[in-house]
Design a protein. Structure first.
Ligand SMILES: [Zn+2]
Length: 146
């Protein structure tokens, strides 16, 4: 895992998302494999895979995140890190919701939630209006939902 701390520690990160991402990197989330150590069974609530592990939930995402953060502009780098942490966070939240029989959200619904949350975050970064606008335009450009 290459320099994953760069994906965690940046000033615009959303603290609860950074925390869940930190737990995921450290493999400290309470997935099925950790529950089994405590004598409980927990299949993956998203797909039913009996052996739920951190890597089952996130392996592709973490590989992608640690390989793709290079050679981006500062703005794109920030946007990709926000999207990375938000994706880890919302997959975890959806997974926990299904453990507790809450209504299921589709991947597209989650994508919309993430899109909206990052848009709100960009609005809250109180720089001058032109800068906020530039960030929002870029976010809408790179994260178009169909
Ligand atoms: Zn699964």
């Amino acid at each position: 895992m290459v320099e994953w701390h760069r994906l965690l520690w940046f000033p615009q990160a959303i603290p609860r998302q950074r925390f869940i991402t930190w737990l995921a990197f450290r493999n400290k989330l309470s997935t099925g494999s950790r529950m089994r150590q405590w004598g409980m069974t927990q299949a993956c609530p998203l797909c039913g895979e009996p052996n739920e592990t951190r890597d089952h939930l996130y392996n592709t995402l973490i590989q992608y995140g640690t390989c793709s953060a290079r050679a981006l502009s500062p703005l794109d780098s920030m946007l990709s890190k926000l999207a990375f942490q938000a994706t880890i966070y919302w997959i975890w939240k959806e997974r926990n919701g299904r453990c507790h029989d809450q209504p299921r959200r589709t991947p597209m619904h989650l994508a919309h939630v993430i899109h909206k949350e990052i848009s709100n975050k960009l609005l809250s970064l109180g720089d001058d209006a032109a800068e906020v606008n530039e960030r929002l335009l870029r976010w809408n450009e790179v994260a178009t939902l169909h």
